[in-house]
Design a protein around this ligand. Structure first.
Ligand code: ADP
Length: 261
């Protein structure tokens, strides 16, 4: 039979690019934020260089003072760049599941040891609790150390008025599968409810000036969130104003090599 023009078939292809657009916009925002965060210490450095070349040239006392501030600003830029690099490294691997059995208690002990000087300086005691014979988790040791480090850093940084922080490990379960729950708790000022859902966004801070003054980059919890996602775990934040905060991470238990759980 001959085909009539009314039989003409038209194929319409519709593609929803909302998500792609959203990701693009987020990326542009992120670059703008990161540049802005770097610009401030850079401007301060340039300003002091001019001052040192100019009227502070022959004033050793002023020079010393300015050099201290400059070293601080340079450190801030370095921290920011390190956090940006770590974030992009983790993002690249986000869809590759880590596969090593990791002794989380060993990780926590190492991080706590490393933090002892900072804790002492801040007048904070670090407590640790874990039951004997805890299973290993499936993970990437360095990334898990970073999770513990970032959470404990924050607990000391923002919760120092509570005088102590606690890092605990315990067995847990989710959808019938075994997990380990890592909790970092502080007894500081806590965080108002409206901020909780946004804390893991890049550069989101409750108080930007307080964060910067304490050496924060605004990326610590974003890094934690990415690492936890890569481990197919979950992050939960609980906080009450005046009482402190608890950040809990669930991590999957590594399969027993003997085939049993
Ligand atoms: P930062 O580098 O600013 O610490 P983070 O991503 O680690 O960035 O944390 C984001 C913000 O969450 C912080 O600026 C701070 O306002 C808040 N925050 C994080 N941990 C705590 C805590 N333990 N107690 C109170 N506020 C916290």
């Amino acid at each position: 039979p001959t085909r009539r023009s009314s039989d003409l078939l038209v194929l319409v292809l519709l593609r929803d690019i909302t998500e792609a657009r959203r990701v693009e916009a987020m990326r542009a925002d992120f670059v703008a934020f990161a540049s802005h965060e770097l610009k401030t210490p850079l401007a301060s450095l340039s300003g002091f260089i001019d001052t040192l070349r100019g009227h502070a040239k022959d004033d050793p006392e002023a020079r010393e003072k300015f050099l201290t501030i400059m070293a601080d600003q340079a450190l801030r830029m370095r921290r920011l760049i390190e956090d940006l690099l770590s974030l992009s490294r983790i993002e690249l691997r986000e869809h590759v599941r880590p596969s090593d059995p990791v002794d989380l208690l060993g990780v926590v002990s190492d991080v706590a040891d490393g933090l002892t000087p900072v804790a002492e300086q801040s007048g904070v005691e670090i407590g640790m609790t874990a039951p004997a014979g805890l299973s290993k988790v499936l993970g990437d040791r360095d990334e898990l150390a970073q999770v513990v480090q970032n959470l404990a850093d924050n607990a000391i940084r923002y919760g120092r008025s509570g005088k102590r922080i606690e890092i605990s490990l315990e067995p847990a379960e989710k959808s019938g599968r075994p997990f380990i729950r890592l909790t970092v708790r502080d007894y500081g000022p806590g965080i108002a409810k409206e901020h909780l859902p946004r804390l893991t966004e890049r550069f989101y801070r409750v108080d930007a000036a307080a964060s910067r003054a304490r050496g924060g980059t605004g990326l610590g919890l974003a890094i934690v969130k990415h690492i936890v996602n890569r481990h197919q775990g979950s992050l939960q934040i609980e906080s009450e104003l005046g009482r402190g905060s608890a950040f809990s991470v669930l991590l999957p238990v590594a399969p027993d090599p003997s085939g049993r759980r």
